[in-house]
Design a protein around this ligand. Structure first.
Ligand SMILES: *Cc1c(COP(=O)(O)O)cnc(C)c1O
Length: 349
């Protein structure tokens, strides 16, 4: 089945195209021959750009998508008899088709609840401590998502508390940062403060949702954990032979702060959209808009009227409310058009 391309959409930031800085980097990398499988100057430059971004000597790998980045990094942190604790709405739990369990040969995900998409630390502790016998899959990793699936952000204080807990419980810390750039732009805090200084061992850093054609970086802040990760990528079909086209976009995106400019734009659009539509009677905001997603509750009749007008958006994320997701490519006109349509539907309601 093919679907006509949506004109009116707030479905996902992966509906957006390729941002200009990434196009330019691709074009520059597309000159002459280059050594394959990552042994090329573009990949070296991209790795260095990421080390600069995080202000540390980290180990970096480029893979095609987030599912691979998450599941391969979790698999590398675990033995098959271990478990990974995550939020019950975590992408690794709900949207990756069991990839973490598959690539780890059976490591179990144990879910916890928590308000607005953030893990409840008491539940994490309970999940670790409730059993210590050999019959229970041994907790090894806490995986958190930044920004969360519900568009919220773990603040530096949240991360300090999480780090305290993971140290105490001897858990590794994995961060699914499909929208990590949005978290950095929104909190205006150095990337290092949101990652390795906060105890993050491995970060899945998303490029796709912030202007790349595809691609995520797996960043190991604890370099010893990256041992043989290259074999894991290759075996999983995630080693690009023409690596320069997967790595050069990172160089383009990190150069001159383009990544934070685009993420900041997406966040600002969401703030504007959230403020505008939540002022309309019948529209109820259900999670704080802290990054680039707006979650609201709308009357069923409004939802179907919006769909009739051609609007595309998700209602299957989290607790089933409407999610309006902004991207680097969202325009003022998009925001006005959606706001006006919701207003009109409400007025005619
Ligand atoms: C989009 C997304 C991913 C990556 O998904 P892929 O489709 O595999 O690239 C991972 N985590 C979160 C929270 C996401 O929103």
């Amino acid at each position: 089945m093919t679907t006509n391309p949506p004109k009116n959409q707030f479905a996902s930031d992966n509906y957006a195209g390729i941002c200009p800085e990434v196009w330019q980097a691709l074009q520059e990398a597309d000159s002459g021959y280059a050594t394959s499988y990552g042994d090329d100057p573009w990949t070296a430059k991209a790795c260095d750009a990421l080390r600069d971004f995080f202000e540390t000597d980290c180990e970096v790998f480029f893979v095609f998508n987030g599912t691979a980045a998450n599941s391969l990094s979790l698999a590398t942190l675990c033995q098959s008899y271990h478990s990974v604790i995550c939020h019950d709405m975590a992408h690794v739990e709900t949207d990756e088709c069991g990839a973490s369990e598959f690539f780890s040969n059976g490591t179990k995900l144990l879910t916890v609840g928590g308000k607005d998409g953030k893990v409840d630390l008491a539940e994490v502790e309970h999940t670790v401590k409730k059993r210590s016998d050999i019959h229970y899959p041994k907790p090894q990793v806490l995986s958190i998502t930044q920004t969360t699936e519900l568009g919220t952000i773990y603040s530096p204080d949240d991360l300090i508390a999480i780090h305290g807990l993971t140290k105490r419980l001897n858990l590794k810390l994995h961060m699914d940062g499909a929208r990590f750039a949005n978290a950095v732009a929104a909190s205006q805090i150095q990337p290092k403060e949101l990652t390795w200084r906060a105890g993050v061992d491995v970060l899945t850093f998303g490029g796709t949702k912030n202007g790349m054609p595809m691609g995520e970086a797996v960043v190991f802040f604890d370099k010893s954990l990256a041992n043989e990760f290259d074999y894991r990528c290759k075996q999983a079909g995630q080693l690009a032979s023409k690596m320069r086209y997967l790595s050069a976009p990172w160089f383009g995106l990190l150069k001159d702060g383009a990544i934070l400019k685009h993420a900041g734009h997406a966040n600002a659009c969401a703030r504007k959209l959230g403020d505008a539509i939540s002022a309309i009677p019948g529209v109820k905001r259900v999670h704080p808009t802290e990054a680039n997603a707006v979650f609201v509750q709308l009357p069923e009749s409004t939802i179907s009227a919006l769909r009739d007008k051609g609007w595309v958006f998700y209602t299957f994320i989290g607790s089933g409310h409407c999610r309006f997701m902004c991207s680097w490519a969202t325009t003022e006109a998009d925001i006005t058009a959606l706001t006006n349509d919701i207003q009109k539907i409400t007025d005619n309601g």
